[in-house]
Design a protein around this ligand. Structure first.
Ligand code: CO
Ligand code: CO
Ligand code: CO
Length: 328
């Protein structure tokens, strides 16, 4: 089942219109938003997945950074969270679960998020994540639907987590490559979110399982604009290219390409391996932010200098053709 099939199932649900639902299922956005008062809207989202690193504490940190990211992508502030846990209680030591939860809690503390509960089921495969509640001013919600022609696109984390995780599973990844991947995945998108608001971002989403291309396309479709991507400007994790060259491409990258490539026009000069990276499913990826030209440069400078975030301008928003990406 791919993103489009899932989309169709969700669209077929007999949803009633509720004027308090400011962002719902229609727009494949990062989280739902519900208006409480003139000044407060609730942001709600849930995310969980299977381990992509061996160390349980680190896995907990990654899962929480990833789950909070959907609130940051909408310009919100996460407040509370519930642990969502699947665990093979009979076959795996509970000390592993404890480490996962400790790692998760450390990230919640860093983010100023209160853990208020959760739910655990027995399952043959470990899974962990969060249901998160955040807040945002109803007038300051950032969705993927307001990218403007003339905007530039800023990406705040390098790509390649899927390919490096595949190399790690195959026992090929170097220690340095894994360390850089982990460092990127455990990093919160909090500061990037705070600064993008300060610099007047028009639209935002985070880059996760549907890859850079999938999530960028979602923004192009929702905003009814076209996008030009300068592929050589896109930062990559160290050694991601080498592992791609060895064919260590995760299955998700192939399905992403299958679903999205009909809306992507690629210049013949772009190296094939670079395209593979653009379809690589990301875990706890960065924010993709659409904002006016001059402000994009200022945001990148601020993130680099003051927050040590390796952000780059990777493309621009154009009028035509809407809902399509051109890769140069
Ligand atoms: Co998201
Ligand atoms: Co999500
Ligand atoms: Co329960």
């Amino acid at each position: 089942m791919g993103p489009e099939d899932l989309d169709q199932i969700l669209k077929d649900l007999p949803l009633k219109k509720d004027p308090k639902v400011l962002v719902g299922l229609e727009t494949s956005d990062d989280a739902g938003v519900y208006q409480l008062t003139d000044e407060i809207a609730l942001i709600q989202t849930a995310d969980f997945f299977t381990p992509i690193v061996d160390d349980p504490y680190t896995f907990g940190q990654i899962a929480v950074a990833n789950a909070l990211s959907d609130v940051y992508a909408m310009g919100g502030r996460p407040l509370t969270a519930l642990n969502l846990v699947a665990f093979p209680i009979k076959t795996l030591s509970l000390s592993v679960l404890k480490e996962i939860l400790r790692g998760g809690l450390s990230k919640m503390e860093e983010a100023g998020v209160a853990l208020v509960g959760g739910h655990t089921i027995e399952d043959p495969e470990v899974k962990y994540g969060l249901a998160v509640t955040g807040v945002v001013h109803p007038n300051e919600i950032l969705t993927n639907a307001k990218a403007n022609p003339g905007d530039q696109l800023v990406l705040t984390k390098p790509l390649g987590t899927g390919i490096i995780a595949t190399a790690l599973k195959g026992g090929i990844a170097s220690e340095e490559a894994v360390a850089k991947m982990v460092e990127s995945m455990v990093a919160l998108n909090r500061k990037a979110s705070e600064w993008m608001r300060a610099f007047g971002a028009h639209a935002c989403t985070d880059i996760t399982g549907f890859s850079f291309i999938g999530h960028t396309l979602e923004m192009a479709i929702a905003s009814r604009v076209g996008m030009i991507i300068h592929s050589e400007k896109i930062p990559l994790l160290p050694e991601a290219m080498e592992y791609a060259r060895l064919g260590l491409i995760p299955g998700g990258a192939h399905s992403n390409r299958e679903f999205f490539s009909c809306r992507v026009d690629t210049d013949p000069h772009v190296p094939g391996l670079r395209i593979d990276l653009l379809y690589d499913p990301q875990t706890s990826g960065g924010l993709l932010i659409s904002l006016p030209r001059g402000d994009a440069e200022k945001l990148v400078e601020k993130l680099k200098k003051e927050e040590n975030i390796d952000a780059s301008i990777v493309g621009e928003v154009v009028e035509e053709p809407p809902g399509k990406i051109r890769i140069l």
